[in-house]
Ligand binder design. Structure first.
Ligand code: 1GP
Length: 237
């Protein structure tokens, strides 16, 4: 098990605002996934985040927080991912909330635990797109420009193509991976079967499975092995 996220190929994203039984949480944590990411768009509180973290901590799997709410920055995670939504229409989601968080906690942070995610939200219907007022009417050249911005201009360690709720355009994902120099490409959205997980893992560095954990848990669990197979196949090329 790696503690360096640059080695991770598969993550489950668990939402503190959604119910998961102890039985399924155990299966998810013991699935062989590289890490659990805690995050969501609505209803995230300090209390439900602490609660989920303490349940995940029964297991050895690395656990990271994707910070989306200033009031729910809970200490004790292995790492903190900070999304910077590059195509947000509301600038609060680019630097505004971040500045307020740093005003509060900037002097206390352990920077070695913090990683910025340059985010582009591509599904107009998603809660994340609505909250951030994301401009999702983008062509591949727009997305490539955001990828270069994250990677080369801002030096974000992660560029995240977020299709949350729908399966994205894998040709675009693969093209973006090809142009990144240092950033790792995270892909999330609509992975609800091992087949889709395999395709996404072939296109991106790291895939994130969210909704399927709740809606199709058996299928979600099968994505771990599919990602492993996709990575093994690409290593052999
Ligand atoms: C959401 O990218 C993740 O932030 C995963 O998306 O919920 O569609 O799997 P899904």
């Amino acid at each position: 098990m790696h503690s360096d996220f640059k080695q991770w190929s598969h993550m489950f994203k668990l939402d503190p605002d959604r119910e998961i039984s102890d039985e399924w949480l155990e299966k998810v944590c013991l699935s062989g996934t590289d890490a659990i990411m805690v995050g969501g768009s609505t209803g995230i509180t300090f209390d439900n985040t602490v609660d989920l973290l303490s349940r995940i901590r029964r297991y050895e799997v690395p656990c990271v927080l994707e910070v989306s709410d200033l009031d729910a920055i809970v200490p004790g995670f292995d790492r903190f991912f900070i999304p910077m939504v590059l195509n947000a229409g509301n600038p609060q989601w680019i630097v505004g909330h971040h500045q307020r968080a740093l005003r509060e906690y900037g002097a206390l942070l352990d920077w070695s635990q913090v990683a910025t995610e340059g985010y582009v939200i591509l599904n107009k219907q998603s809660a994340a797109a609505q909250i951030t007022e994301a401009n999702t009417a983008l062509d591949i050249k727009d997305v490539e420009a955001y990828a270069r911005m994250a990677d080369r201009l801002l030096h974000c360690p992660v560029f995240y193509m977020e299709y949350s709720g729908v399966f994205g355009n894998m040709e675009w994902v693969a093209r973006v991976k090809g142009l990144l120099k240092d950033a790792r490409l995270f892909y999330g959205g609509g992975i609800d079967s091992p087949e889709k997980a395999y395709q996404a893992a072939a296109a991106a560095h790291t895939v994130i499975v969210g909704n399927a954990v709740y809606d199709q848990p058996e299928q979600a669990l099968a994505t771990v092995q599919a990602v492993r197979e996709a990575k093994a196949a690409s290593n052999m090329q």
